[in-house]
Design a protein around this ligand. Structure first.
Ligand code: ADP
Ligand code: TYD
Length: 206
């Protein structure tokens, strides 16, 4: 009999959402968290950039429109992520919780990659210290749809990360991503259709 290995070495379950701005990640994180809590799972909902000191610095920079160099930006995201892993992700997974996370290092590959940094180097670097997710749900929308949702539905002014040309390059990185546990989902389906698709993947892992 062939037995498949468990999804990861920790007792928890690590579920990551990726996609362009406005793709619907936050909506799906909320829906999944609620569905799993109804099934009596202990869920930790989190996101990157975080609310910690590095995350605050990143958001302030994005809001100001004054971007630092791609190398410095990469460094800030990595500092933020290392702190996030040490203080929340790893302890939660070790305690057997379900971690539902809005963005992880695949966003770094896409967004800092879109500024000219080497995508493969970013991925390889993270593989050396970042816990691997059990699933990465990549919610796919065109940059136009994503930006329109950010502007119209959310009534928000796009920040420095959210230009059409930049998002097109990010989208190309996401399109080419080949990583274990990747699940691509059409982000133009209704929120509930997307949620059902995600549940089909997640429920067998519980
Ligand atoms: P993200 O976290 O990826 O930036 P959000 O979940 O905040 O995206 O969604 C951006 C906007 O689009 C919100 O106003 C949300 O209500 C709306 N939205 C989310 N999912 C969908 C969907 N599947 N179809 C249409 N609109 C959506
Ligand atoms: P966030 O506030 O989560 O935006 P949204 O709600 O639209 O997803 O993220 C802020 C921006 O940070 C987002 O445009 C993507 C960018 N980003 C990077 O450039 N690199 C990264 O590693 C991460 C995690 C996010």
């Amino acid at each position: 009999m062939i037995t498949l290995p468990p999804p990861s070495s920790s007792p928890g379950l690590f579920l990551v959402f990726e996609g362009l701005d406005g793709s619907g990640k936050s909506t799906q994180c909320r829906m999944l968290a609620e569905a799993l809590r109804q099934r009596e799972r202990e869920v930790v909902e989190t996101r990157e950039p975080t609310q910690g000191p590095w995350g605050k610095k990143i958001r302030a920079m994005a809001a100001s429109g004054q971007r630092v160099s791609p190398e410095e930006e990469l460094d800030w995201f990595i500092q933020d992520r290392k702190e996030h892993i040490a203080t929340l992700i790893t302890p939660s997974l070790n305690a057997g919780k379900v971690v539902i996370q809005d963005r992880y290092y695949f966003s770094t590959a896409a967004y800092q990659g879109s500024r000219g940094l080497d995508v493969q180097e970013i991925l390889t670097l993270h593989e050396s210290f970042a816990p691997p997710p059990d699933r990465v749900f990549l919610i796919e929308v065109s940059p136009e749809v994503g930006l329109k949702r950010v502007q119209v539905s959310r009534g928000e002014t796009p920040d420095a990360f959210e230009t059409l040309a930049g998002l097109q390059r990010c989208g190309e990185v996401f399109d080419g991503l080949q990583i274990p546990g990747l699940v691509r989902i059409n982000g133009e389906l209704s929120p509930n259709e997307i949620h059902q698709r995600i549940l089909e993947e997640v429920l067998p892992l519980l």
